[in-house]
Design a protein around this ligand. Structure first.
Ligand code: ADE
Length: 227
């Protein structure tokens, strides 16, 4: 799988993809992630990529030409399944969308910034607009990092124990059960006996019950379709 990400702030995306599971997936050759600085596609010496909006005063808008050139340059190199624009206006990102996108081959993400981008890009080149939640950030870089992280961990082989991605919270619209590690007792706080019993069937049953209980208590909205 391959991600290309176009941004005016490449520095913001240096760290998120260079640790833990995402880094390991890159090292194993399961995913390629390339960050592209929009300024490299600027038309003038000042490397300007934003300009004043028509018909308004406040805020700068990312210009059409550098974005168009960056996208076309990349489209000549790769065939994209999706060209995503990160924006608070978009469809809300969730586990289902992560699952769907993890089955794609090439994804291009254009990070939105501040007051937005020339709307003609959105109308003509973007295939999908995605939001990571109902709040406004200063740019779409964090959204791109969130999406890539949650998609990459679903690629077969990215996580050592493949079944663990499937037992994540949300994977079946249930929160994950609680987990514990040694010591079995700390400060008088005990790990549930069942987990020490060695009885796999009973442990699985307990975990499922706990998932349902936690979901009812913490995220009843996830269960509403089943009622
Ligand atoms: N850019 C600014 N806010 C955003 C959000 N909530 N999701 C995606 N991109 C954004």
């Amino acid at each position: 799988m391959r991600f290309d990400i176009i941004t005016v702030l490449p520095e913001l995306l240096e760290s998120p993809f260079n640790h833990s599971i995402v880094k390991r997936a890159k090292d194993k050759g399961l995913v390629e992630i390339e960050i592209h600085n929009l300024r490299n596609f600027a038309k003038n010496k000042q490397r300007q990529v934003d300009d004043y909006p028509f018909g308004g005063k406040a805020g700068m808008v990312l210009m059409i030409e550098p974005i168009n050139d960056a996208i076309n340059h990349l489209k000549n190199l790769h065939e994209y399944d999706e060209i995503i624009y990160t924006s608070p206006d978009g469809e809300i990102f969730d586990q289902k969308m992560a699952n769907t996108l993890s089955l794609k081959k090439n994804i291009l993400i254009l990070c939105g910034h501040y007051k937005g981008i020339d709307h003609r890009i959105r109308e003509n080149l973007i295939t999908r607009e995605v939001s990571i939640g109902n709040y406004v950030m200063t740019g779409g870089e964090m959204a791109a990092a969130v999406m890539v992280d949650s998609i990459v961990r679903l690629i077969p082989g990215a996580i050592g124990d493949e079944s663990s991605a499937l037992s994540d919270s949300f994977q079946d619209d249930l929160l994950a059960p609680p987990v514990y590690t040694r010591p079995a007792e700390f400060n008088g706080w005990k790990v549930p006996d069942i987990l020490l019993s060695g009885n796999e069937a009973e442990i699985d049953k307990w975990k499922h019950e706990q998932s349902i209980l936690r979901t009812k208590e913490l995220r009843p909205d996830l269960l509403k379709d089943e009622d």
